[in-house]
Design a protein around this ligand. Structure first.
Ligand code: C2E
Ligand code: CA
Ligand code: CA
Ligand code: CA
Length: 279
């Protein structure tokens, strides 16, 4: 076994060097991207089950790379996290989402909430609440129209810190959601103490959901849990009418997924607002 380990080590050394090099390269191009404003936000609608209207949107970052085209977040967010660049990138996301939402409100569309993903590194920053206060003041967006999505695993990392931070944010009037719920081994006692407004059932449960299977049981259980804790429940990754009907019967509050719309550029999202799309 020892010998095999050594062989493996030798086998993987060049790959690891390549990886390290790729990372360095990626870091400097992310820096450039920030300076050159190569990031864009796409928006995906959240649909109210009650009336089928768009009641919110999630802002999702993309990188408009001059050579590589549109780069999805999975390809650069982890490196941005490692290098700390997620902090200025995350601030850009917050500011851009708030500016956009305020613009749509000024244009006269029915106000909806914009949700922004907060990374682990960002959430650990003591001054996160101050940064957000400043951005809200600068953009003139009322805090109630901003929602932060924090993944379950990040929230559970340090429960006591999470409670403090969420309390600060909640006092400011911001809405809070636990993202990717069901994947992070929640302690239910913590969950009960988090001042949160919504749980988002992770899309892995929705993707494989069909009537009577385990994922359907998990989804309906999370909806019941939300109800008893008086927390709203959102399902993400809804792709089929069958999934929609099941979740509707379970009284899930909001849905998001390709069935309604993929994340789209701001211009296209505005068209949906204009047409007041119902489902
Ligand atoms: P997430 O927050 O869980 O976002 C949901 C992801 O599911 C998005 O992928 C969205 O496009 C995708 N999705 C939505 N509906 C469906 C569906 O019906 N089917 C399928 N298969 N997928 C669906 P995206 O935009 O590629 O983002 C991936 C992840 O990258 C996000 O997962 C989030 O963790 C991260 N991310 C995206 N934008 C940001 C950002 O601005 N800041 C931070 N920190 N992370 C971000
Ligand atoms: Ca999210
Ligand atoms: Ca999610
Ligand atoms: Ca996710």
């Amino acid at each position: 076994a020892k010998e095999k380990g050594r062989n493996n080590y030798q086998l993987y050394t060049p790959t690891m060097n390549e990886k390290a090099f790729e990372r360095l390269e990626m870091e400097s191009s992310l820096r450039r991207a920030l300076e050159q404003q190569e990031f864009v936000l796409f928006y995906q609608p959240k649909i109210s089950i009650e009336n089928g209207q768009i009641i919110g949107m999630e802002a999702l970052i993309r990188w408009q790379h001059p050579q590589r085209g549109l780069v999805p977040p999975v390809e650069f967010i982890p490196i941005a996290e490692d290098t700390g660049l997620i902090v200025p990138i995350g601030e850009w996301v917050l500011r851009t989402a708030c500016i956009q939402n305020k613009e749509w409100q000024k244009a006269g569309y029915t106000p909806i909430r914009v949700a922004v993903n907060i990374s682990s590194r960002q959430f650990q920053l003591q001054n996160l609440a101050d940064t957000i206060s400043r951005i809200l003041a600068e953009t003139g967006l009322e805090p109630n129209w901003l929602e932060l999505e924090i993944t379950e695993s990040v929230a559970m990392e340090n429960g006591e810190y999470t409670i403090q931070m969420l309390e600060k944010l909640t006092k400011m009037g911001i809405q809070l959601s636990i993202d990717d719920f069901g994947t992070g081994y929640s302690s239910l006692s913590y969950l009960n103490r988090f001042p949160i407004n919504k749980l988002k059932i992770d899309k892995s449960f929705i993707t494989n959901l069909s009537r009577g299977n385990e994922d359907a049981a998990i989804a309906s259980t999370v909806i019941v849990l939300g109800r008893s804790l008086r927390i709203g429940v959102v399902a993400e990754g809804v792709e089929t009418p069958e999934q929609y009907n099941f979740l509707k019967e379970c009284n899930c509050d909001e849905m998001q997924g390709y069935l309604f719309s993929k994340p789209v550029p701001a211009k296209e999202f505005e068209r949906m607002l204009k047409e007041r799309i119902y489902y």
